[in-house]
Design a protein around this ligand. Sequence first.
Ligand SMILES: Cc1cc2nc3c(=O)[nH]c(=O)nc-3n(C[C@H](O)[C@H](O)[C@H](O)COP(=O)(O)OP(=O)(O)OC[C@H]3O[C@@H](n4cnc5c(N)ncnc54)[C@H](O)[C@@H]3O)c2cc1C
Length: 387
Amino acid sequence: MQFGLTEEQRMIIETTRAFVENELYPHEAEVERTGHLRPDLIRELQAKAIEAGLYAANMPEEVGGAGLDTLSWLLYERELGRANYALHWTCVARPSNILLAGTAEQREKYLFPCIRGEKWDCLAMTEPGAGSDLRGMTASARREGDDWVLNGTKHFISHADLADFAIVFMASGEEDTPRGKKKLITAFFVDKGTPGFVVRDGYRNVSHRGYTNSVLDFDNVRLPASAVLGEPHKGFEVANTWLGATRLQVASTCLGRADRALQHAIHYAADRRQFGQQIGKFQGISFKLADMAMELKAAELLTWEAAWKFDQGTVTEADMAMAKLKATEVLAMIADEAIQIHGGMGLMDELPLERIWRDARVERIWEGTSEIQRHIISRELLRPLGA
Ligand SMILES: Cc1cc2nc3c(=O)[nH]c(=O)nc-3n(C[C@H](O)[C@H](O)[C@H](O)COP(=O)(O)OP(=O)(O)OC[C@H]3O[C@@H](n4cnc5c(N)ncnc54)[C@H](O)[C@@H]3O)c2cc1C
């Protein structure tokens, strides 16, 4: 077992952190205040991210990405995760890995423009009636000759307002299984502007200001067979093959923000004086710091181990669920305690803490709720015993 970082990994961390601190932090207050990313700011920061070699760095080298192993990619994610989500997600975009599953033609049309920063993608699975239970989706795709016709509604779809196209999962039939009927799901590329496809404003959200969500309506949207991503009826197989590590990406961005909050708390505990001494000298404060640092390290180790196993081909669903669960819950704890250590100042928007505390909330819900992660972990424990 080896816990050291390579020289290359150290450079990735340094370069990404410098970019985040110098280019993204200065714009956080504006995005928090307006809830909006100016198009000219997006273009300016995007150009700088491309120039710095940080844009779409999650992608393999042969398609124009950085070709990082999973651990190195997650170290980069942790640094980006320190900043306002809308800023880093939009201006230093990481196109979905699922785009790699496309045909040569689909790669030309969707993948490469995303990597070059000319297009943005979004991914639509969730519906008003189907969240954790995605197989319960009712938005449908039916065949008409060689075409497919899509109907239904998706909601909570991140940055669909900005995206040029959506990767959409639709119920495309049913099959009989020993446990009853099971819905078949097909994934499609749907371009903005396709007749019958409407992207509406979604909900106002307590977390991640400037990072919008939308409602997608499909009213007899007609698509050619070439719009199918992967095989018809194999949408979840494509998602499982290409989106597995997304939970580790969520975990890593949470680790970055948790570390930012912890660093603020440590410095404040050393600077702030009450009752004639630094508040860090009170065990009520110093023990909090000890627990925060220990929990953060535990979350990091779970995430880095899962990343390492991902590249060895030995990672399990439970490994990734544990990393996501731990990192998102540790972020919530650290954000809350960092505010407590700052007293009233912790709640003021002079500091990033109230934002990190608000932003932490969504992390235990999206990419599989904490309950679903616990379900995955316990299933792996109980299944071998037939329970
Ligand atoms: C800001 C935001 C952005 C999002 N972006 C996207 C996106 O881009 N694309 C996309 O497709 N989706 C997106 N989502 C959807 C997200 O993945 C879902 O919100 C999430 O999967 C939970 O679904 P739900 O909200 O419908 O809750 P539900 O599934 O209705 O869950 C409600 C409660 O029941 C619990 N529960 C459900 N099933 C079980 C079970 N079996 N055991 C124990 N407890 C259970 C849940 O844990 C939760 O506490 C986004 C969500 C948000 C909030």
